[in-house]
Design a protein around this ligand. Structure first.
Ligand SMILES: [Fe+2]
Length: 287
């Protein structure tokens, strides 16, 4: 089979056809990895992988991160185990709701994620798309004065605070940065460890930029987000069951779009841990 790469019409993202992710040859993997570094978001339509196959593909990118309840893959679904759809104001739906803000996965953990893998099982008739924004292009779009102003700034990322902003109190003990001082500290401009391209490292989990007030932090992050996630520059994917997407958390932001909560949506999510040398927070020891 020949790999077909269909570039998007924005600075990130490509659709890849002509290969089966559950039977990747070494040659195919080299092509996929090259495309991952170039496009940052790869969409593979009609793969229909099993959960185990998704984990095997994810492991090509590195060590799989343990998610909630130590699972390698979690179902992102609005359907409870009793078969009923969750109430909108339930704890779980508040957690999912958070995904509708621009973010990068696990930036609130001592080790931020390298890649995320998401596949569609059941999709609503409308909404529920995923959208990505290119933080390399976002950095490039800034004027020189702003680039200079932010190049040495660092920000504390806190899940506790990002969820609090949408009315969800994360229980103490989860270790998601209750105090600004112990929340993971990451540079605002990240040099990609493989491509060496600078990219903004922002998103909804930023609580405080070191040396700035909360108000000034909010203002600056909003300004950077507006520029980097400008309408017309982002990539949107309308899911079909069987699609799988992998993206590079080191240089893109993503968000989920809302959908009617009267309809079921089921996605499988796997996360690849970052490299300790490049994704470990500045204020946490290298392991
Ligand atoms: Fe996410």
């Amino acid at each position: 089979m020949t790999i077909e790469i269909e570039e998007s019409n924005v600075s990130l993202g490509a659709k890849i056809r002509g290969l089966k992710l559950n039977a990747l040859s070494e040659k195919d993997w080299i092509e996929v990895h090259k495309a991952f570094l170039k496009y940052a978001v790869l969409i593979f339509p009609e793969q229909h992988l099993t959960q185990e196959e998704q984990e095997q593909f994810s492991a090509r990118f590195g060590k799989i991160e343990n998610l909630v309840d130590n699972l390698k893959t979690i179902p992102l679904t609005n359907k409870a185990s009793n078969g009923e759809l969750y109430e909108q104001d339930s704890e779980w739906m508040k957690l999912l709701k958070g995904n509708e803000g621009w973010h990068t996965d696990s930036s609130y953990m001592p080790l931020a994620a390298k890649a995320s893998i998401l596949s569609a099982r059941i999709v609503p008739t409308t909404g529920g798309e995923t959208e990505w924004a290119d933080m390399r292009a976002g950095y490039e779009a800034l004027d020189n004065a702003t680039q200079k102003k932010i190049e040495h700034l660092n920000a504390y990322h806190s899940y506790f605070h990002s969820q609090a902003k949408i009315g969800h109190t994360v229980k103490q003990g989860a270790g998601y940065g209750f105090n600004a001082s112990d929340a993971p500290l990451h540079p605002l401009v990240k040099t990609h460890p493989e491509t060496k391209i600078p990219a903004l490292f922002i998103g909804r989990h930023i609580h405080i930029i070191q040396g700035l007030s909360e108000k000034k932090t909010e203002k600056l992050v909003a300004k950077l987000t507006d520029i980097a996630c400008k309408k017309g520059t982002t990539l949107l994917h309308k899911w079909k069951p069987g699609d799988l997407v992998v993206w590079d958390n080191r240089c893109v932001l993503h968000r989920a779009l809302p959908y009617p909560l009267t309809e079921e949506r089921l996605m499988l999510h796997t996360r690849v841990a970052g490299d300790s040398r490049s994704e470990r927070a500045i204020n946490h020891a290298t392991a």
